[in-house]
Design a protein around this ligand. Structure first.
Ligand SMILES: *[C@@H]1O[C@H](CO)[C@@H](O)[C@H](O)[C@H]1NC(C)=O
Ligand SMILES: *[C@@H]1O[C@H](CO)[C@@H](O)[C@H](O)[C@H]1NC(C)=O
Ligand SMILES: *[C@@H]1O[C@H](CO)[C@@H](O)[C@H](O)[C@H]1NC(C)=O
Length: 338
């Protein structure tokens, strides 16, 4: 290791995390169904590889528990092909701006003007053959930048994961551009193991829920508790005060960590909320994300990412049903030791 492979040490740290705290056995998982919590790989192993790339998904599968769920943030190209990539624009996580310097646009998202390069302005051929993906977090390795094209949901399904999680953020934007995400999802081959569809948009969940016929579980993806949901015009914090109303259109929720374990201003953990127990009492699953080895969220974990996972799955009162993470091998270590 040394000059020639400056990233290798970092990569090893990212791969293994620290393992100090994961030796206490769990008697019985307190998930909704009593099974071990899911490890949900956000864009694959995005802590090491560019998110939602071939390597990110392949390594998530080989380096995690066998049941690892592969997550795809869905975007559609102009010809209606589904790609996995987070956000709405492509220029921060790909080299599209270098390849097509004049194809940037400004579009409205709600009342906001968004400038950038958008999947809806490119054909699937262009995105697959001429646009390469890069790491967006500068402290993570750039070793794998610019060597892989954009990856489709079909490509990812071709890896044969046991379960796929599709997250849909901008249904209304695509409809403004004559593309229908709901229709795309309903027409996917029946043998795709789409187990979960999540969205922060309640109207989208309600609409697709009537047509899915139970093919996938619908999950309300809650943003920060002070952010307003666009269709019911209430904050996510407010919406979760009435979990019964959520149960009417979803099988579960995905929430930021602090909905379950809040921290104070000095990043020390406060006592947990009753959210997981309350949701479980109504039959709602609770998934938490997004975890990452390289983001400090509370000093109580002593810089040990495994300790953080265990706080959510191995405490006397509850186990969350899923952990969404950029580092699925570390989460798998925390779940799988037991
Ligand atoms: C990809 O880029 C090359 C070189 O600029 C160009 O010749 C080709 O037509 C592009 N392919 C697509 C599908 O856009
Ligand atoms: C929500 O709260 C965060 C942190 O307290 C703050 O920075 C942000 O501006 C707030 N956002 C809104 C929409 O009020
Ligand atoms: C977090 O650490 C602080 C300081 O040591 C301690 O007072 C607090 O009880 C801890 N919180 C939890 C939930 O363990």
């Amino acid at each position: 290791m040394g000059g020639r492979y400056p990233h290798m040490l970092l990569i090893l740290i990212l791969l293994h995390g620290a393992n100090a705290a994961i030796d206490a056995p769990v008697e019985k998982w307190q998930t909704l169904d009593g099974r071990p919590p899911l490890v949900i790989a956000r864009g694959g192993f995005s802590g090491l590889f560019p998110e939602s790339s071939k390597f990110a998904y392949e390594f998530a599968m080989t380096a995690s528990l066998p049941g690892v769920v592969l997550e795809c943030d869905l975007q559609l190209s102009s010809d209606g092909v589904g790609f996995c990539r987070s956000g709405l624009t492509l220029d921060k996580s790909t080299l599209i701006a270098e390849m097509y310097p004049k194809k940037d646009k400004t579009y409205k998202l709600g009342s906001e003007d968004i400038h950038g390069w958008f999947a809806v302005d490119f054909t699937s051929d262009e995105l697959i053959n001429n646009v390469t993906v890069i790491q967006t977090i500068f402290s993570r390795p750039s070793t794998f930048d610019a060597i892989m094209g954009m990856y489709t949901l079909d490509d990812m399904a071709g890896l044969h994961p046991q379960q796929i999680w599709v997250n849909v953020e901008f249904d209304g934007f695509y409809r403004d551009h004559n593309l229908d995400i709901e229709d795309y999802l309903l027409k996917l081959p029946k043998d795709y193991p789409i187990a979960y569809i999540s969205s922060p948009d309640i109207s989208f969940l309600k609409s697709i829920g009537g047509k899915l016929k139970g093919r996938a579980k619908l999950i309300l993806r809650c943003l920060a508790d002070n952010v307003t949901e666009t269709s019911v015009k209430k904050s996510y914090g407010e919406i979760l005060k009435d979990l019964k109303s959520v149960k009417a259109f979803a099988s579960g929720i995905m929430v930021p960590r602090n909905y379950v374990w809040p921290v104070n201003n000095n990043l020390y953990l406060l006592p947990p909320t009753s959210l997981v127990k309350d949701a479980h009492a109504l039959g709602l699953e609770v998934h938490v994300g997004s975890f990452a080895n390289d983001i400090l969220t509370s000093y109580n974990y002593s810089y040990d990412p495994a300790a953080e996972y265990l706080q959510f799955i191995n405490n006397p009162d509850f186990t969350v049903d899923g952990l969404m993470t950029d580092f699925p091998p570390t989460a798998s270590g925390a779940v799988g030791k037991h």
